[in-house]
Design a protein around this ligand. Structure first.
Ligand code: SAM
Ligand code: SF4
Ligand code: SF4
Length: 336
């Protein structure tokens, strides 16, 4: 089968797999407590794809062009035996890169198991070095030091350079941009500053809360001069810079102010097996149903290729032209 290309000429290259919609954090920009409270109905276990189902689908995705796989969620470490899934995916033909995005809140002993199972790279989310600011963002009183330990242990285990994701929210953690930049470069990690996005429908997003990539760049550049770097590959979302003194690299992800839909080669698989072709989607294609009805690999391949070839998504490019906001699925469900 020819590799599918969507209606805007984009190939399918990356797959983000959400392994759970649950999380032990309640980051205000992702799973605000008021919505994700005690009564919130997460997916029941039988609705989650099993590791075998995820692995089978991944093999089909690689036959359609996927080379990079990222495990995410929710918090992926909430899924028991995650290294087992890593092991299965690591030996799936076509998977050239296998990465994990985590909040870094689990015991560091997990890292060696993940590495040994075949994980290649670690991305860790951390929004501030200041204790009070971080706690205000994760909203469960989680301490900074534990996440820093996770980052350091990941680098020591050979899963680096570790990328550290920081969502910047105006008036909440923008004063942390410089301290984070200094700390991460000093320790050899790559900080990636992310514009606060209007994912989902519950995080109370307002344009006024977004610190633009340009402002983020200026904040760092004024104190630590930066020089642009070339993208590593088509579809790389971060604008990359190196520090002019030669020590270290930083990325800025301008999903709101300078959308990169034209190069978006990512598919997303939700924890319950729906295929989404945009982070801002309203609906996904139900691959779990096909799987559990006994579809053959060929039938699944045809279904996935069909979804991808019909793909028209470019939400971020059209954002400013939207008259009313659609009810989008949540990031914790679809996988960030
Ligand atoms: N729980 C893991 C973590 O936090 O790293 C993985 C899932 S999380 C949804 C993936 C990434 O999405 C995190 O780096 C998080 O900061 C980012 N994210 C969540 N909500 C966001 C928003 N509204 N705008 C920008 N990034 C967001
Ligand atoms: Fe959990 Fe990650 Fe969302 Fe924070 S960003 S609530 S850690 S899924
Ligand atoms: Fe890709 Fe959708 Fe984001 Fe555009 S808005 S870059 S299509 S995920």
């Amino acid at each position: 089968m020819n590799l599918p290309i969507d209606t805007l000429g984009r190939p399918l290259h990356d797959l983000r797999i959400s392994v759970t919609d649950r999380c032990n954090f309640r980051c205000t920009y992702c799973m605000p407590k008021e919505v994700f409270g005690r009564d919130y109905q997460f997916l029941p276990r039988e609705q989650l794809l099993s590791f075998e189902e995820i692995t089978r689908l991944t093999g089909i995705f690689t036959s359609l062009g996927v080379r990079k796989v990222r495990l995410t969620g929710g918090e992926p470490l909430m899924r028991r035996d995650l290294p087992e899934l890593v092991r299965k995916l690591g030996v799936t033909p076509g998977v050239e890169d296998l990465a994990l995005t985590t909040n870094g809140s689990f015991p560091v002993e997990n890292i060696a198991r993940l590495k040994e199972a075949g994980l290649k790279r670690m991305t860790v989310s951390l929004d501030a070095l200041d204790e009070a600011v971080f706690k205000a963002m994760n909203d469960v009183d989680f301490p900074v030091a534990a996440v820093l330990d996770w980052i350091a242990a990941s680098a020591a285990a050979g899963l680096g350079p570790v990328k550290v994701n920081m969502v910047v929210k105006r008036g909440v953690n923008d004063q942390e941009i410089l301290p984070m930049a200094r700390y991460m470069r000093q320790h050899g990690h790559i900080l990636r500053l992310i514009e606060f996005m209007d994912v989902g429908s519950t995080n109370g997003w307002r344009m006024d809360d977004v610190v633009s990539a340009k402002q983020i760049f200026q904040t760092i550049h004024a104190k630590l001069p930066l020089e642009p770097l070339q993208p590593n590959y088509r579809g790389e979302v971060a604008e990359r810079y190196r520090y002019a003194d030669g020590a270290g690299e930083v990325g800025i992800i301008a999903s709101v102010s300078q959308p990169f839909c034209g190069d978006c080669t990512r598919a997303r698989l939700s924890a319950d097996g729906k295929l989404f072709t945009c982070l801002f989607a309203v609906q996904g294609a139900d691959l779990r149903q096909l799987l559990r009805e006994g579809a053959s690999d060929e039938e699944l391949r045809t279904a996935i290729a069909g979804v991808w070839s019909r793909r028209t998504d470019r939400y971020s490019e059209l954002r400013s032209r939207q008259s009313k906001n659609p009810v989008k699925v949540e990031m914790s469900y679809i996988g960030g």
